[in-house]
Each structure stands twice: as C-alpha cells, then as structure tokens.
Design a protein around this ligand. Sequence first.
Ligand code: SF4
Length: 718
Amino acid sequence: MSEASVSPVRTTCPYCGVGCGVNVQPETDGSFTVKPDKLHPANQGRLCSKGMALAETLDHPMRLLHPEIAGRAVSWDEASTEVAQKLKDITAKHGPDSVAFYVSGQLLTEDYYVANKLMKGFIGSANIDTNSRLCMSSAVVAHKRAFGEDLVPCSYEDLEQCELIVLVGTNTAWCHPVLYQRMVKAKKDNPSLKVVLIDPRRTQTADLADLHLAVKPGSDAYLYNGLLAYLADNGHTAAAFVAQHTENSEGAIEQAKISANDVVAVAEQCGLSVEAVSAFFTLFASTEKVVSVFSQGVNQSSSGADKGNALINCHLLTGRIGKPGMGPFSFTGQPNAMGGREVGGLANQLAAHMDIENPEHRELVQEFWQSPRIPQQQGLKAVDLFEAIHEGKVKAVWIMATNPAVSLPDTNRVREALEKCECVIVSDCIANTDTMKYADIRLPALTWGERNGTVTNSDRTISRQRPFVPAQGESKADWQIVTEVAHKMGYAKDFPYQTSLDVFKEHATLSGYKNDGQRCFDISVLSGLSREAFDALQPMQWPLKAADASAIETSDGSPEDYMETTRLFEDGLFFTPSRKARFISVTPTLPQSEASHEYPLVMNTGRVRDHWHTLTRTGISSRLSLHVSEPTVEISPQDASSRGLKDGDLLRVHNQLGELRLPAKIDQGLQQGNVFVPMHWNQQFGHSATVGNVIPSAVDPFSGQPESKHAVVEIEPL
Ligand code: SF4
C-alpha cells in the first residue's frame, strides 16, 4: 500500500436503508478498518454490528470472477454478445414482453438507471421489476395516492424533534439499528418523548416503548381507521389545513366509521384491550409533534397500500405533515430502494418519478432518451413476473444482484420457473447463490468496495459509494455490463457512458427535463457536476434548490455551496393535479390466508439483528453469526406447553406449499397461535429449505407486494 493511498475513503454502508456513512481506512498490511463517519447526517458517528463488521466480509471466498456461458469461462466480448443475441432473438420471435429484468435495491442508482433505460426505452417492455417490490412497494402506492408522487415527507432529525414516535410493523432495534440508537438518545435527551410500538410480536424494540399494542396480525387498518374516526369525532381536526390542502376527508372518515365506529369495536377487531386502544388514541390526539414510522410489518401484506394510507390519513386530518417533528415516515429496507424508485426501477414506473401509464410522461421520457419505443402499460410485478416465466410467457430473464430463488414467496415454484426458463442470465458478485445454480449465463459484477456511484437512503439523502479496492477477477460495474449489452444490441449512441458519473449526470438532467415544478423529484442542479465535484460529493437530501448552480464546478463537494434543501410539503402544496393531498377511503381486509384446523398457526417472518437478506455477505462473518447462528422456529410459551415442546426440539413446519425443518425456540414475545421464522437461511448455507417455501404468493392488489408476514402453518415434532 503506497503512502498516497492511506487516507480513509468515505463511503456508504451497503446494507439497510438507513444509509450510514463509513470511513474505510486502508492499513499498511493490506487490511482495512471500517469506522463510522461522524460527518454523515444519517448516522453521525454510529454504526450497527453489520456496519462494524464490513471489513470482515470484503474477501469473499466464492466470488464470481469470470463470465461464463453454460459453465464455460468466456471473454466479456463473447458473454455480452451472447446476452445481446439472446435478447434480440427472443424479442424478435415473441415480442418485447417475452423478456424481463429482475433487479435489486442493492444496485447503485447508476446501474438501475441504465437497466431501466435499456428495458423500457429500447427493448420496449416494462418487464423490469426489482426486489424492492418485496419491501416497500406498498408504501410507494400509499405515497402516490396521498401525495401524487412517491415522496417520504420526513427526515431523520424529525425523530429527535417530535414528542411521540409511533412504530408500526417495525423491529427498528434490529432492522434499522442506527435509527433505533438515535431514538434511544432522543428519549434520553427528552424524557417526555413517548414511544408506541404496534407489532404482534414483543421484539427488542418494545424495550423503548411506553406502550406496546400487540395487535392481531394484519389488523393495522382497523386500528388506523378507528383512530381517524376518533380524531374526527373528538375535535382533533386541523380544519383550515384540511379545507385548504386536502381532498376527500369526509369520504375517508365516513368509510373509517363503517369499519371502526368506536374504541370497543376497534379493540375487538385488533385483539387489544379497550384501555390500550384508548391510551394510544388519546396520546396521538393530544400530542402535536408525532412521527409515525412504518415498515415491512405494514407493507408486506395483501392490503399494505391501504394500511399505509389509513396511517397517512391520520396525519392529514391533524395537519401533522410538512413541519418539524411530524409526519408519516416509511423506513426502506434496502440501501438503495429509494434510488431505484428515483430512476423508475419498478415495473409500473418510469424514470425520475414519472408514470409509465401517463402519456405525457411517456412522451417526455421517450423524447429525452430519443428511444425507438416505450411501453404503454406497466410490466409484470415480481410475483407475476416469475409466474409468467413458469408459464413460458417470459422466455429470458436477466437477474441482477438479487437471489429470487430464496427471497420470493413460494420459492419451490420460483425454482421450477427458473429451471424451465429458456435463458437465465445472472449478474452477481457471488458464484454460488441459490439463484446462480439456474444461470445459463453468469456475469461477474463489482461489489461493495469496488463500486463507484450513488445510493439514496430512507430520508432521501443521496450518498456516494466510493471504491477503495480494485475489482476482483474480471468483474465489472452493473451499469457497464448493461451498457456493453446495449451496444451489442445496436444502441451504442444511446448508451455512451464511460463512467458512472456520465450516467448520474444524465439521470440528474432527466429529472429536470421539462419539469415545471409539477414533479418534486428534481436533482438537475447536479447535472453539471465535474469529476472532482462528484468524487467529493457530500451526502445531500432532496428536494434540492439551486442556490448558485455555477458554484458546482468549483465546489469541494459541500452541498451548501450550491444548493438548499427544503422541507417537503411545508408550503402545503402536494403533487396531485389539484396540488392537494388526498385522503384515501380504506376498507380494511384481513390477510388472505386464515388459520384453520389443518394449519392453525400464523407464521411471521423477518430479519435477525446481525444478518442481511440471503446471507451472501454477512454469512461469511463468524462474528456476525455468533448472535444467531442457526434459524429456528420461534413459538409462544403457551403453544410450546400445549404441544409438549421445549427449546431445541426439531420441528417440521409445513403447509400446502412445502416444509421447513427447524429447531424450536420458545419466545416470550410471541402471542399464542403465532410463530416466527427468520428469512435469511438457504441452501447456499447448508439448509435444505428457505422460509419462502411456505409463504403463499398472495399480493397486495395495488402494489403487488407479497404478504410475507403472514402464512398459516402447522408444526410437528420430528
Ligand atoms: Fe449499515 Fe444499516 Fe447498520 Fe447503518 S444501520 S451500519 S446502514 S446496516
């Protein structure tokens, strides 16, 4: 290591949507030390266990190092020619919708942008969806319906400025640990700050809660409809705000009263005591500064979008939005789920927060891209996409940086689909994921530490991922791989990118193209960034306003040199055609699968503290595996007692879709009739099955997000 290269590199943690800044210090022995970035606004000097262990996961023993076709190592030229030819041949014979891309919230924004452009603008299909479909697409629908655009109204500092934090369907302590640490400190600094947790499980997050509502699984919309009715009936309406800045309040309140006309009814629907519901309603009503955090427990539901809107309705009625310390706050799961949304990575979006089914948006994007075609309808969402592969309608799929053979529901059927598919292309950094087994063409991609670009976290802060190690083997950036395929397909002039900065600048330019303020997402102030300014770019939160665009060229990367951040909705203007926020009338529905005599237990899924997704990175750190070394099926003390089970008993967890074999773990935090299985483990890590084996592919009708938090199962001792 040369003297010149020993200063720390500022980059961003690749795990969750908190988006913490890290400083990577190269050591003289060739190793690296990872420390928190004290200057990053997301973490302000904190990191969780996963972030602290990043250096241990750098040298992966199973890196994919060379392109391969049918198991044979080939040159990049041969591989990209083969991919381009397959895509061209299949679309020529069967039409553009016979191919699909399935991408990932792990991609950088630049990767996402280029993949989306190739599929939607040049292949001419909207069949590009992302694994972010599995974690936040219901929140996207809720935002778009209420605000006219997919906008998260809060910032992390709101968690410190409020007087009440309501955590709905989130085990923040384990899934967004640094934000949990910020909440712990906020409560210590302000003892009057109250925290309410709404979650069927008593998780570690409950330790911070003044009130825990262990709701019946899936009953959140009854609770929030009840709250809306309570607020309306008891004089807690911000009348002037509602009249001036919203529409359909009366319709939503009327609908809410049908499902939840008093506290007693709400308590019964949610499986709570009347006292607990009253305590929550009273606290919410009497506290002005409320932040309502919602996450996968709300989103991963067959009615996740409605649940999100039921929650947002309560903030609209009280006018608690667009001001410090208040608002609905969706925590995203992945490091760049938000960046993917910005470039249109979902099958129903276009780039720069535009809609594929809006003719004006299509025309604008097609004109900007100078593309030959653009689809008029949305493409297949994740679950439907893999079903279409199973049915033979989609004949080629290009999977980038994700592991659908583990992470999608009904994984046995997903694996069958991949087995049957005419052409499976997988770009990844790891050679032995469960999905990679099905790949006809394997393309080695860069990973964290090698990649160079941007990500956007849960509070709309764009941060840089910077490289500090050379690419291993022949790995390339995903944007570069897609660009090379686009060239081979005949689109060289339309994909002229030499660097990720070239892509970023085009993305930034498109966000401002013919944007007269009707679209909030506009980062075009960054479209003229020099290489030096991009390299030095500091974390910055949109919306951005140019204070002095000419200063960009000479900036040392400090965003205050050339832009101002404004608080979303502080002017009371939203991004619907009327510029008013919309109340959505919600009719609550319960989960699609009901416990029965045959399958009497409700199974919930989620993360453990120290692992990430399908373990491909965290699974190689022995330190991270100490916390939870093996998957278990967690059961309530009552169910264990009635079935004569004890900790460690090997159980068969099964339903009509498949089975898992797991040791029992008795957990005091579970209600009787509920079980919990973590989501991470899979065949790559020596397990015969993944939890997706027993999760049905029921989805939300608006978002297409699967109901991963609710399957019904039976357990039996083996
Ligand atoms: Fe990384 Fe999330 Fe932990 Fe921050 S909280 S260090 S982003 S895993």
